[in-house]
Design a binder for this molecule. Structure first.
Ligand code: ADP
Ligand code: MG
Length: 383
């Protein structure tokens, strides 16, 4: 089912009673989620992710804006009538009930023509248990399950009523690293098999990027960017998004555009070219040779370079001081510094076959010009 968020806003009175100002947990969020998609809602702690989910589930009422499921306005519909399945970080299973009883629990209270017989309930429970692969654990109590298995039970319980929408709030945070990896793939599989429109909240960018059809990056209640994971990674709308996505993180340098050329410190890196000029057929001249911008005028900028976009080269355009080399197997990570680099250390990831070519004191790089992302020094917006 398609989900529409229309100018959705949620304000809270400040938790600090002496503060008069309100907290705007979600600020004017507008987005149409296509049917059947898995959306990763991503951002640092406190940016408004859980509040957004609570508004969608009906646990909280928006201060402003509307919510539609399909064409139906559900803004004033109570949570229990929205047909939403919810999964939380802490599983929230009933400890004294078996897995089977936990899963059938949401079905027990169905009334009127929705009411099910015992046999129907058990059949539905078994169906979802099979889907999340816990059908052999039906007689156990939650205490007898691993964290990963408990989370599967919670997912099965959320799915048993065949919700129109599935909402997951940091569902993998309590799992150890390996289980997290495995369970996130499971989640993707389950979502694909059921086709249920799913919104998945996480503060872990890698988690969101790896399984989502689209990601929504939030900061301080405000949506920063919405797009396919690769698009957002390659074309961040602002410095915040650029820094939030990617491990190791993007390297940020202070630079400037002067007379159509990009400088980092005193080093001329490459020409800049207007985005429009790269669109036509006869752009072979420019492609791969210039940084692409929307505004060519002279200005101070931040230059973002992804670790994988450095090329080791003896007469490279950027000279860095070498700190150390970290071997990571297939790749090596060249850790170095440059006085124009904002964070102090730079990480360049290059193929391990190049290890002998890294100097002892200084290391020179070329960069892939069309992969560079430039941000306005004042606003942090993409130039
Ligand atoms: P996230 O899930 O991204 O960590 P939340 O949606 O929980 O963020 O919170 C967003 C902001 O709203 C935070 O600043 C939080 O302190 C505030 N907030 C959330 N719930 C309440 C509440 N019930 N009362 C007051 N402030 C709240
Ligand atoms: Mg939260």
């Amino acid at each position: 089912m398609k989900v529409v968020l229309q100018n959705l806003t949620k304000k809270f009175p400040n938790r600090n009673k002496r503060e008069k100002s309100e907290v705007i947990a979600v600020n004017d969020f507008t987005f149409e989620i296509p049917d059947g998609m898995l959306i990763g809602l991503l951002g640092p702690s406190g940016c408004g992710k859980s509040t957004t989910l609570n508004l969608l589930s009906g646990l909280q009422k928006p201060t402003d804006g509307r919510i539609f499921f399909g064409d139906m306005d559900v803004t004033d519909l109570p949570a229990e009538h929205r047909g939403v399945g919810l999964v939380f970080q802490n599983y929230a299973l009933y400890p004294h009930l078996t897995v089977r009883q936990n899963i059938t629990f949401p079905l027990e209270n169905l009334k009127g023509k929705e009411k099910l017989t015992k046999a129907q309930m058990l059949e539905k429970a078994l169906e979802v248990a099979k889907l999340v692969q816990i059908d052999e654990l039906m007689d156990r109590k939650p205490g007898e399950l691993s964290g990963g298995q408990q989370q599967r039970v919670a997912i099965a319980r959320a799915l048993v009523k065949m919700p129109k929408i599935l909402l997951l709030d940091e569902p993998l945070s309590n799992l150890d690293a390996r289980l997290r990896l495995q369970t996130r793939e499971e989640l993707r599989r389950i979502q694909k098999e059921t086709g249920i429109t799913t919104i998945f909240v996480t503060h872990d960018q890698e988690e969101a990027m790896s399984i989502s059809d689209m990601i929504v990056v939030m900061k301080d209640g405000v949506v920063q960017q919405i797009g396919k994971p690769q698009e957002v990674y390659d074309n961040p709308a602002n410095l915040f998004v650029a820094k939030f996505l990617g491990t190791p993180p993007i390297n940020v340098f202070e630079g400037r555009v002067t007379d159509g050329k990009l400088y980092i410190g005193e080093e001329m890196i490459c020409p800049v070219t207007n985005r429009a000029a790269t669109m036509g057929d006869d752009n072979a001249e420019i492609c791969g040779k210039a940084a692409i911008v929307g505004d060519m005028s002279d200005k101070e900028v931040y230059v973002g370079i992804r670790p994988e976009d450095f090329i080791l080269k003896e007469d490279g355009v950027l000279t860095c001081d070498l700190n150390r080399v970290e071997v990571m197997g297939r790749d090596i990570s060249v850790v170095c510094s440059h006085k124009a680099c904002e964070s102090g250390t730079i990480r360049a990831i290059i193929g391990s076959e190049n290890i002998k070519r890294v100097g002892d004191v200084q290391v020179k790089f070329d960069v892939k010009p069309d992969e560079l992302v430039l941000f306005d020094k004042v606003t942090g917006e993409r130039v």
